[in-house]
Ligand binder design. Structure first.
Ligand code: NAD
Length: 284
């Protein structure tokens, strides 16, 4: 039976370290601050933003919640971003996605200065990650890596399979595994023989967005299984991409949903915000 990788415990450890770092900065007169812009009334986004504000409070980070109406134009949003980008009291800046259809996400993301891009979504931060330079790592893949490392299983030389190739999860997760010398395969909607490929994975990261997509027969005995998915099953219950019970029979380590990657994603955002404040303080 697999050992559960407890997101709650690991996230609490990260947030404790962040809180200590925040305290140090405050003693030097710097109050780390994260600004979160939300456009419209997406209910899931409202929950996520609330979580970020709560995490900030727990870590001692100041949060600015900027809620703009759904009919906000792209230019109005860009103006707000420019204002926050130029505000020395704001260290981290993010726009909650998705945005209403009349606003171009790429244009908005690129309006965030890389040094305040604590989501790690701008082309500059993604590029730096690719070439192994210092950058803000995207929070979900960074959280996955923390969870894998927490097992003590060595990553170097192992077969790692990532299912999903999105810019915010699949691709960067694969890149971070490669950086730690895993032999990485990225699977996606056109992949042939998916089951066989996954069944050979020492480390399996599932980021598909389909409940029960990863079945027990896709798990190599002893594998580390990281479930990024956030779905609702037929009963309306929150669940991941992995059939947890079946996978836990074979895996060595497995993350639950809820209580897994989602909590680590939130914790990594706090870590990035602290780092943003530390770097900006040094750059002064
Ligand atoms: P996405 O829809 O952008 O990407 C899904 C990926 O799955 C695609 O790259 C696609 O190629 C692949 N895919 C689809 N069908 C497939 C198939 N039959 N076989 C193999 N691959 C297939 O989604 P995303 O933004 O990467 O998110 C993935 C999941 O992770 C979602 O459930 C999302 O809610 C969740 N998520 C969780 C967190 C977190 O903090 N836990 C953060 C971001 C996303």
């Amino acid at each position: 039976m697999a050992i559960r990788i407890e997101g709650k415990l690991l996230a609490a450890q990260v947030k404790e370290r962040v809180a200590a770092g925040v305290k140090e900065l405050k003693e030097k007169g710097i109050e780390p601050c994260l600004a979160v812009i939300m456009v419209g009334e997406n209910p899931a986004s409202q929950v996520y933003v609330k979580g970020k504000v709560k995490d900030c409070a727990e870590c001692g980070i100041k949060s600015l919640e900027i809620h703009l109406p759904a009919e906000t134009t792209q230019n109005e949003l860009l103006q707000k971003l420019a204002e926050l980008a130029g505000d020395a009291g704001v260290h981290g800046l993010l726009v909650q996605l998705p945005l209403p259809a009349h606003i171009d996400e790429k244009t908005v993301i690129e309006a965030i200065p890389p040094q305040k891009d604590v989501d790690g979504f701008t082309a500059v931060n993604v590029g730096r990650m690719m070439i192994g330079e210092e950058c803000f790592l995207p929070c979900t893949p960074a959280g996955c890596m923390e969870m894998i490392r927490s097992t003590g299983v060595s990553i170097s030389g192992k077969n790692a399979v990532v299912i999903g190739r999105s810019n915010i999860v699949g691709k960067p997760a694969a890149m971070l595994l490669l950086r730690e010398n895993a032999t990485v395969t990225i699977c996606h909607s056109r992949t042939e023989n998916l089951k066989q490929v996954c069944a050979n994975a020492d480390i399996l990261v599932a980021a598909v967005g389909r409940a029960g997509f990863v079945t027990g027969d896709m798990i190599k005995p002893g594998a580390v299984v990281i479930d990024v998915g956030i779905n609702r099953n037929a009963q309306g219950k929150l669940c991941g991409d992995v059939d947890y019970d079946a996978a836990a029979e074979k895996a060595g380590y497995i993350t639950p949903v809820p209580g897994g990657v989602g909590l680590m994603t939130r914790a990594m955002l706090m870590q990035n915000t602290l780092q943003a404040a530390q770097k900006q303080a040094l750059a002064k």
